[in-house]
Design a protein around this ligand. Sequence first.
Ligand code: AR6
Length: 176
Amino acid sequence: MSYHDTISVILGDIVEQEVDAIVNAANNSLLGGGGVDGAIHHAAGPELLKECRTLGGCPTGEAKITEGYLLPAKWVIHTVGPIWNGGHNREDELLVNAYRNSLLLAEEYDIKSIAFPGISIGAYGFPVSRASVLAVRTILEHMETGGSLEDIRLICFNNEAYHFYSNALELTVPDI
Ligand code: AR6
């Protein structure tokens, strides 16, 4: 089965996405930061940080869920990608885990539509060409093994990211 109707690559701002859940590329503290994390906290309002304080942080590669507060999205799934450190420190595995555990948590909450940012490709320095392939591959694997999400969006904040994630999707889904 092909999932080209389910997965899309979009140039845009994740906080504006009208989906059941958006994914936050957070850090281990889950207490906010810059980049997409800062944008999500800013748009969701201070109640988000209040709930995050109750979660006790999040290990790299795992995921936790909160409400979306002032966001159009009902939920925020907070995950933590790896910091790129040359590629020999389990970076690939940890990035795959971040996508996989976010998808599994979404399924647990019966979420049908979800938007991901480019986890780890900003401040954490993961090469975007490699991260895009791992992201697409992990999402496809999830769908092929029984995932029931209906709308999975990869949100790219600039043209460079858009270029790489669209290429990854085209190459991995030949009949797009
Ligand atoms: N919508 C979509 N994508 C965005 C947005 C947005 N509003 N804002 C930024 N991006 P980064 P990381 C893109 O650094 O590499 C935080 O401080 C951005 O252009 O946000 O996983 C956390 O607290 C880039 O392509 O996340 C951590 O400390 C991508 O999102 C650390 O950064 C990810 O960049 C996590 O670093």
